[in-house]
Design a protein around this ligand. Structure first.
Ligand SMILES: Nc1ncnc2c1ncn2[C@@H]1O[C@H](COP(=O)(O)OP(=O)(O)O)[C@@H](O)[C@H]1O
Ligand SMILES: [Mg+2]
Length: 251
């Protein structure tokens, strides 16, 4: 072994990177069947439904691949900052989450023209948005992929664990962006509150829980936040729901 050998992390990342091509091929194939029926032949309603599900899931897989690569980039200290609005961040994450959970709502979110229309659409799906106009319209300069990954993980977890509601709140103050994601689910017992941020720790007791949950999302969130100089505060208890607050310094 020499010190020129790539470390295991890099090898894993190359493998993950190489998943991009087959996923794109599956995505392009399904889209061709959907969009070019004149060439490939007509489809039944049921076939269209299945193909749309394939397309949505290839997009979700692409996002997961990008998330893993983003963690690697973060570890290497690479930041790609750009200017984007808080609105575009939140809408983007909601579309990603609903694309898988309820594609009809995702389409309505895409069509919403104003904050009020958006609130209306997602209120029906059990999500409450609370952003002051100034924060909603503010343009921030941050690493968009990292911030999106953080918010998507928190919102996905809240969706998974909620009883009925998810609250998403945001505020820009003193040159910091603060985001709160809250659910009304079973909550996280105090004894687990440190451990949920460790890799491969999951709270559910059953084998099914262990298969469904990898305990990697929050560990990734912590890596990204640390690299951006941010912090996370968890407020929860058994049976009390959970509120995750992230504070990200603006550049
Ligand atoms: N909002 C929440 N309410 C209750 N438990 C949660 C919540 N968010 C995360 N957890 C628990 O923390 C553990 C770690 O979460 P996470 O790192 O996101 O795992 P995964 O990568 O499998 O999504 C999970 O097993 C989950 O049970
Ligand atoms: Mg998760």
């Amino acid at each position: 072994m020499t010190d020129k050998m790539p470390d295991t992390n890099i090898k894993t990342e190359i493998l993950i990177h190489d998943l991009k091509v087959p996923i794109s091929v599956i995505n392009a194939g399904a889209r061709s069947l959907l969009e070019r029926q004149d060439t490939y032949g007509p489809l039944t309603e049921k076939q269209i439904k299945v193909l749309k599900r394939i397309v949505r899931n290839t997009l979700a897989t692409q996002r997961l691949v990008n998330d893993v690569l983003e963690l690697g980039r973060s570890r290497e200290g690479v930041h790609i900052c750009s200017q984007f609005t808080v609105a575009s961040l939140v809408v983007g994450v909601l579309v990603e989450v609903f694309d898988l959970a309820d594609p009809g709502v995702a389409d309505d979110i895409r069509k919403a023209q104003t904050y009020a229309q958006l609130q209306d659409v997602i209120e029906k799906a059990g999500v409450c948005l609370n952003f002051a106009q100034q924060t909603w319209e503010a343009s921030v300069c941050l690493d968009a992929a990292k911030v999106r990954q953080i918010l998507r993980n928190l919102v996905t977890n809240a969706f998974k664990h909620r009883a009925a509601r998810v609250d998403i709140r945001g505020l820009i103050q003193e040159n910091r962006l603060t985001l709160w994601v809250k659910d009304d689910g079973r909550g996280i017992p105090r004894s687990d509150q440190q451990r949920i941020f460790e890799t491969y720790f999951t709270t559910g007791g059953s084998i099914e829980d262990a298969i469904q949950s990898h305990g990697l999302g929050l560990a990734g969130v912590m890596v990204l936040l640390r690299d951006m100089g941010g912090e996370l505060v968890l407020d929860s208890d058994s049976g009390q729901g959970a509120e995750f607050k992230v504070v990200i310094p603006l550049l």
